[in-house]
Design a protein around this ligand. Structure first.
Ligand code: NAD
Ligand code: DAU
Length: 338
């Protein structure tokens, strides 16, 4: 298979690229990535010299470039997105461009070149807040943040292409993912790197919002399973089946690093903060996928990785990162840059 992996320099995309080149010797991968603040070519260092790999810097909204790349591949797997809810609350425009219009550009190119598969990497957040029970794939999309609305907008374009043109798209809806190489703005890498530096861990609201934390390798394998075994036109949930609140994330990180509980700091809640997401992943399990890494094992591995890879994350926690941090957490947390 010849794959075009968009957003392949990001967190989950780069895991998927490393996994594909490792597990499928006959496959080749072209990564198209704009290298926004969240993209990092260093995430692909381990595959850089592989002759089956090529990196192209560019925007998925650039129809001419996407058209050229789509001509030489069998499938597009779209990870490219603006992905951080807090940034979407501050500036939604770029989310609509990349997550909605960019998805359309990719889909249109795939259709023009007669691709037999297209994978859209989406999120459990499109179901909206789920106070009871589990979301199944047929549930209505009820996004509540600008981020989740932009992801749902991309999905609705796909649904329209499926209906109108029998476009063979697969959508995956993964839960909150963590692990090595995650940009340190999301809760787990932020809390780990702050704790290493004895900085406060900013817990939104009462810390009771629940997420189903999924280890990144399990998420990448789930997307791979949907790509290779899934049926065109189907959506697949990918969740670990756990429920962990913000206080538990903080306590776990502090315990693993041997840091004091006094680093926990409750701050102003996220606007429109979704209290809970929870997925039923039975459909993907039917194709043979299972989550293999428990939250306890995955977070211990992740903490150890961040401790051992300061050279990876320290340069990221500077400049633009601190400007966003100051704005987002102001005035509750001490935030001077180091
Ligand atoms: P990320 O922010 O780490 O990476 C996104 C990548 O996309 C970056 O490399 C960035 O440079 C690139 N990108 C952004 N805009 C682009 C554009 N216009 N053109 C080309 N490249 C562009 O994100 P992630 O956490 O790895 O998430 C990957 C995908 O998975 C996203 O679609 C996200 O919505 C989805 N998802 C993420 C999670 C999670 O918990 N992280 C869970 C479920 C689904
Ligand atoms: O569920 C899938 C989604 O998970 C993905 O689609 C998104 O791309 C990804 O960013 C993630 O979204 P969340 O909003 O769940 O992730 P985040 O790490 O930002 O927040 C997780 C929880 O932790 C949430 O309840 C808010 C809380 N939180 C977050 C941050 C950054 C805090 O309490 N403090 C923080 O500083």
């Amino acid at each position: 298979m010849r794959l075009l992996v968009t957003g392949g320099a990001g967190f989950i995309g780069s895991e998927f690229v490393r996994m594909t080149l490792r597990d499928y010797p006959g496959d080749s991968v072209v990564v198209l990535d704009k290298l926004t603040y969240a993209g990092n070519e260093r995430n692909l260092d381990s595959v850089r010299t592989d002759p089956r790999f090529r990196f192209v810097r560019g925007d998925i909204c650039d129809a001419a470039m996407v058209g050229e790349l789509a001509a030489d591949v069998d499938v597009i797997v779209n990870f490219a997105a603006e992905s951080h809810v807090d940034r979407s609350l501050e500036a939604p425009g770029q989310f609509i461009l990349t997550d909605v219009f960019g998805t359309f550009v990719l889909m249109d190119a795939a259709r023009a070149h007669g691709h037999q598969r297209f994978v859209q990497v989406s999120t459990d957040e499109v179901y909206g807040e789920v106070n009871h029970g589990l979301s199944v794939e047929g549930d209505p999309l009820q996004p509540r943040s600008p981020y989740s609305a932009s992801k749902a907008g991309g999905e609705l374009q796909i649904q329209a292409y499926r209906t109108s043109y029998a476009f063979p798209a697969i959508v995956t809806r993964g839960s909150n993912t963590y692990g090595p190489f995650q940009y340190p703005e999301k809760i787990i890498p932020l809390f780990i790197t702050n704790a290493i530096d004895d900085r406060p861990l900013p817990i939104y609201g009462d810390g009771g919002a629940v997420r189903d934390y999924l280890f990144v390798e399990d998420h990448a394998r789930g997307i791979d399973c949907a790509l290779r075994k899934g049926a065109a036109g189907m959506d697949y949930n990918i969740g670990a089946g756990g429920e962990t609140d913000g206080i538990t994330v903080a306590d776990t990180v502090l315990r693993l690093l041997g840091k004091p509980s006094s680093l926990k700091q409750f701050v102003r809640d996220r606007l429109g903060h979704d209290r809970r997401y929870a997925l039923d992943s039975t459909r993907l399990s039917g194709l043979g996928w299972r989550p293999t890494v428990s939250f306890e094992a995955g977070i211990a591995h992740t903490v150890a990785w961040f401790v051992e890879h300061e050279e990876w994350w320290r340069p990221l926690k500077s400049g633009e990162f601190w400007e966003f941090y100051q704005r987002n957490y102001k005035p509750a947390v001490e935030t001077p840059a180091p």
